[in-house]
Design a protein around this ligand. Structure first.
Ligand code: 13P
Length: 348
């Protein structure tokens, strides 16, 4: 199957009542791990690259690795997504490369650190939407600001500093016409999200539910949604690592989100933990080894295991064969004719 529009993939997920994991990649092993899991569980999937990933791997390498994934797995719908675009130019460059979806994170200024005003966010996001939709490319926007820093991008601090205001979410969706909306509900990027198992005082599922009630047809996105499992932390620490005790987003809270309009769930940290733990174990147990394949293979397998589990937990497993890809040119026509709505349904 050719790469598909993320809009198509999320519309299908809404029809089926499931969520789709969006997994970050930087290299071949991570792409192979995701595709191994997608094949094993028959799942549609979103592969996403941050600006940091694009510069680490170089655009052409990463792009062709993801194309190889599509070529080798024709039965799997794959959306290729720019994670946390910081500017119109970043999103435009991803679209020119062939990404089928971009995130314009206008919640921060172009420096990727300073919170932007609502008006600035609307203006830059709308500009990206106009450019992208003309070309059949999906746009994710963000309203409210996540905590933490990922790949140098983020305002830092806890996730509770800029929780999304439901009224602003409605206004933002109406003014921009985004296909998917990331909201801030107390999560943050990275391993250190919560200092104990999160309850409603730090993980604001009530805010998510309130937004879904007002915007029942908008695809919501949960960022910072690694669960940071204890067993993965333990493996790292057992083999010489020094992680401090920490908690992520419990899978049952993500599943509650999926029942309330969440269609895209961003996961990076869990995969980083799985790979690092596997590599540490090999190097610790067999210090005489020096062939990178001796540790990259177990690392890839460990990541595949985590991704396959999340695909099952998010409900996307078994849905790869539900539909055929609609070409990006057809999607562009759909936006133009209004067949693909960009006006959210608002419950007042
Ligand atoms: P985690 O750090 O929780 O995996 O979040 C990743 C993410 O949201 C990427 O945009």
């Amino acid at each position: 199957m050719p790469l598909v529009s993320m809009r198509q993939l999320l519309d299908e997920a809404a029809k089926g009542g499931y969520g789709v994991g969006a997994f970050n990649v930087n290299d071949m092993e991570q792409i192979q791990a995701i595709m191994g899991a997608a094949k094993e569980t028959k799942s549609p999937v979103i592969i996403q690259a941050s600006r940091g990933a694009r510069s680490f791997a170089q655009d052409r390498y990463l792009f062709h690795l993801i194309l190889a994934a599509a070529e080798l797995n024709p039965e799997i719908p794959i959306a290729m997504h720019q994670d946390h675009g910081n500017s119109f130019e970043t999103c435009k460059s991803a679209i020119e490369l062939g990404y089928t979806s971009v995130m314009m994170d206008g919640s921060l200024k172009e420096d990727g650190k300073t919170p932007a005003s609502f008006e600035e966010n609307v203006a830059v996001t709308k500009k990206v939407v106009d450019y992208a939709h003309e070309r059949g490319v999906t746009v994710e926007g963000e309203i409210g600001v996540l905590g933490g820093i990922e790949d140098g991008h983020g305002a830092g601090g806890t996730g509770l500093e800029h929780v999304t205001d439901p009224d602003q979410a409605v206004e933002f969706a109406e003014k921009t016409g985004v296909d998917a909306l990331a909201i801030a509900i107390g999560t943050s990027h990275g391993a250190y999200k919560f200092t104990k198992k999160p309850d409603g005082s730090v993980l604001k599922m009530d805010v998510l539910i309130a937004i879904h009630k007002r915007l029942p047809n908008t695809h919501l996105v949960m960022h910072g949604s690694s669960s940071v499992p204890r067993d993965l932390q333990d493996i790292i620490n057992k083999y010489g690592g020094k992680l401090k005790e920490t908690w992520g987003v419990p899978v049952e809270e993500i599943q509650l989100g999926i029942r309330n309009g969440v269609r895209k769930i961003n996961v990076d940290t869990d995969n980083r933990l799985a790979m690092t733990g596997a590599i540490r174990k090999v190097l610790w147990d067999t210090p005489e080894k020096f062939d990178p394949r001796d540790y990259l293979k177990p690392a890839r397998e460990a990541m595949q295991k985590v991704v396959a589990l999340r695909m099952t937990q998010f409900g996307q497993a078994g849905h790869a064969g539900d539909y055929q890809a609609v070409s990006i040119a057809e999607i562009a026509k759909g936006y133009k004719s209004g067949a693909l709505s960009t006006k959210p349904l608002v419950a007042r």
